[in-house]
Ligand binder design. Structure first.
Ligand code: SF4
Ligand code: MG
Length: 330
């Protein structure tokens, strides 16, 4: 609730705080048990920060993180310990997130040591079982990461994340470092594991192509804010935020007859600096629908339809919706 993460920027020897990067600014969202929440946005939008806040790898500057109804924002290391089992993270880069000097067996069994857990049947047997679960040869537990391909390495990272039987798995761009041909396999593996193990996922991605098939709901982020949050179908069929529309236009459409309906929208300009985000709607410097009000008034994230939240003064696909009073179109 109201999650905020400001990174202080320090300069020179005195480490004076000279500003704050508003990586995540007042995020408000929930993750539902058993669902996959996709989080999408360009690099620098704060989505990785958000993932690290949920898993408590980062301390928020403000706001609150709750897990199963419990406020875990300020739990100390000791109290966080059991929580660490329930919430696990899969990282973007399977090359740098696995220690090259450790065998796969050591990597996958590390969580047991950290948490002092003794799996039934012994560590080795459990590691081999986990390798099998993620589609690797259990006999390869004595090999080193460099003996595996990128896709296989990400499977090792997944096996490690699953070791302690977590409830929530946050995957930060789990396939963006992999060949396109391998991406679908790894995403499908995550999907299968979810069904089998009853996992809840937050999957972070920089475009909509990877997460479109596996997400139940999708949050679109721009400069530290959620600008749209809804179920997958509504997002693809009736996107309401112009930024979402632009992101969708970049996803290749397999059916050529539908190409026309989805004209490619090329966004002008770069993502502005998160140190001093634009006033009003943060997207106004790149939005083709921007009006005067967009430059001064920040649009709140509102449920314009049931289960469809959007932060925009002039939403798309909204001809049937009466915007709340005080909104732009009056
Ligand atoms: Fe564009 Fe204005 Fe909507 Fe922001 S509020 S997305 S600038 S139309
Ligand atoms: Mg990232």
């Amino acid at each position: 609730t109201g999650l905020i993460k400001h990174f202080p920027i320090t300069k020179g020897l005195l480490k004076r705080q000279v500003g704050a990067v508003k990586a995540v600014d007042g995020l408000d969202f929930d993750v539902r048990s058993g669902e996959t929440l996709g989080v999408v946005g360009e690099s620098g939008c704060g989505k990785s920060t958000m993932g690290r806040l949920i898993t408590r790898l980062l301390e928020p500057s403000g706001g609150k993180v709750e897990f199963e109804g419990r406020d875990i924002t300020h739990l100390g290391t000791g109290a966080m310990r059991p929580m660490r089992r329930d919430v696990q993270m899969i990282f973007q880069d399977p090359y740098s997130s696995l220690n090259p000097r450790h065998t796969v067996g050591a990597i996958v069994s590390a969580p047991f040591k950290l948490q002092g857990v003794r799996p039934e049947g012994g560590v080795k047997k459990e590691v081999q079982r986990l390798l099998e679960v993620v589609g690797l040869n259990p006999e390869h537990y004595n090999r080193y990461p460099h003996e595996f391909s990128g896709g296989q390495r990400q499977r090792i990272g997944i096996a490690r994340a699953l070791a302690l039987k977590p409830k929530l798995v946050v995957a930060d761009e789990p396939v963006s470092a992999l060949d396109v041909s391998i991406q679908a396999q790894v995403v499908n593996l995550l999907d299968d594991l979810q069904a089998e193990l009853g996992l809840t996922y937050v999957i972070i991605a920089h475009d909509l192509s990877v997460i479109r098939h596996v997400s139940d709901r999708i949050a679109v982020m721009y400069l530290g804010k959620i600008v749209e949050l809804t179920d997958r179908k509504s997002l693809y069929e009736t996107p309401m935020h112009p930024y979402t529309k632009a992101l969708l236009s970049a996803v290749p459409v397999p059916d050529p007859r539908r190409k026309k309906e989805r004209e490619r929208i090329l966004l002008q300009g770069d993502v502005p600096s998160p140190i001093s985000p634009p006033a009003g709607c943060r997207f106004h410097t790149r939005c083709w629908k921007a009006t005067e009000v967009c430059k001064t008034k920040e649009p709140p994230l509102l449920a314009l339809r049931t289960g469809h939240q959007v932060a925009c003064h002039h939403p798309e696909n909204a001809s049937d919706i009466r915007l709340p009073s005080g909104s732009a179109d009056q």
